[in-house]
Design a protein around this ligand. Sequence first.
Ligand code: SAM
Length: 284
Amino acid sequence: MPEAGRLIICATPIGNLGDVTLRVLEALKSADTVLAEDTRVTRKLFSRYLITTPLERYDEHTAVRRTPEVIERIRGGETIALVSDAGTPGISDPGSILVDAAIAADVLVDVLPGAAAVIAALVASGLPTWAFYFAGFLPRKAGDRTRLLASLAPLEATLIFYESPRRTGATLRGLAEAFPGRSGAMARELTKLHEEIVRGPLTELAEQISERELLKGEVVLLVGPPHWGRNAAPAPIEPVDASVVRARVAELMSEGTARTAAVKQVAKETGMSRQDVYDLASRP
Ligand code: SAM
């Protein structure tokens, strides 16, 4: 029996080549092969850290075709590491097909965590981190984009989007329209020489960024939650149907929640005051 191979998912820097972990460097050095999205990009990391492991291309165009062969090689005993051009493979990058196939084939998968633009941008934005929703790249078709944004509007979470610099101005205008009154941020070129984080009301961000002639680099856009205290203006609270409030309180109580706790929770869910929820729930 050959020794068991494994698949190692390696996070690499999103700009600054210093942002790589010791475990990742060790894994890249000792793997039999490293699969890379663009081998020219990964060679820069390799030359900085004197890594000479053979590199092969594995990108969005080759992922489906190459996956069965890669899994077979791991089953045959090879240790294969996967990297993307930047950050964590699988996060808006090739990787998840391979991980899924490895799990289905009972192949060992190690994930070595590290940089991901979504996390760096969220923390740098100063927006709430207690709940966040990463939506990746927005759909290109206007209708799909509008539907998606509408579905995200009620979420009490910071929303995070990846975007190309070319579309950033237009996307910010779309976000300002879809999420009136909310604050947001743009994080550009994180960890790089020209890193920039702009924070403020979405309307102001949209205006400020649209005025720029040419926006360069890589961009993450963020939108604060609807009822966050530091929004430009409090988000309009939708009028809530009294029967819905009563039914929700009754539902929570039937699940064993005490009346006061149920009222408190429904107040939180609807944005109503506890007194108003209590009054509605008490009415026959
Ligand atoms: N796998 C990567 C990760 O873990 O973040 C994401 C890859 S995705 C193809 C590329 C997008 O990530 C860019 O368009 C941009 O939205 C974001 N991104 C990557 N590096 C960035 C950086 N240094 N600063 C800001 N955004 C970045």
